[in-house]
Design a protein around this ligand. Sequence first.
Ligand code: PDD
Length: 284
Amino acid sequence: MRTVYVNGDYVPENEATISVFDRGFLFADAVYEVTSVLDGKLIDFPGHMARLSRSLGELDMAAPVSDDELLDIHRRLLSENDLVEGMIYLQVTRGAADRDFLFPEADTRPNLVLFTQEKSLIDSPLAERGQKVRSVDDLRWRRSDIKTTQLLYASWAKSRAHAGGADDVWLVRDGHVTEGSSNNAYIVTADGTIVTRHLSPEILSGITRQAVLQCARELQIKVEERPFTLDEVRGAREAFSTSASSFVSPVIEMDGMAIGDGEPGPVARRLREIYIEKSRAAAI
Ligand code: PDD
């Protein structure tokens, strides 16, 4: 059984408790981070903690503990669970208060929860085979730059696409792709340029995105950060997505139509290799 972290305690998962009045539970009034783990070490950890601070700040939520303490908690949880490969999930909620649309008093104690998830990240059948993706309207709120736990639309859309034989959805707003259900979206154009949507309140600033774009620039691949259409996806040489839980993952089909030759493309493969190599070397 897993050991999870709740507000200072490391407890077996079936003994962990949170109030039914928790605002994360009642209002999705909560932010989260997912950090990947390779060789028992944390990948891109400072980036995840910087984004957590930003999400908290945007919502006027207090940080429950310092960044140094967060690192200690992540490390202890990894060791308590002997986690070698997978993810650590962290969630901060505004805390428990009687149900009211007004935020509670500022001295309400935030709730902090972390747990580990074992997953084979390097050997990924989906990365080998490539993802089949469907397009759906992006009906999320327009502050997707804040990593909140309001994930129902993404979860619902992905589940419906999955029931229809696809692996994931790409979200489309005003005719342009914003991002994937839980990842950033990219195409590689006929001339070899990587195109991904520019940062704005409409997408999450992926920590993997930042690192992968850096890898691309080091490989002297041209990168354009701008909106792209579904037509461009269909006409692309290849496509892929990035996230902490999938690294770089090729996309081979959009709405039933093959992208490129319908196989994972060389740019996605190369970036996946390099990202894994570099982030492994820098893991803490
Ligand atoms: N999701 N866009 C969205 C909407 C996401 O939920 C995520 C991450 C990303 C990629 O961000 P990063 O590279 O920092 O993981 C982009 C996580 C993995 C999740 O919800 O499980």
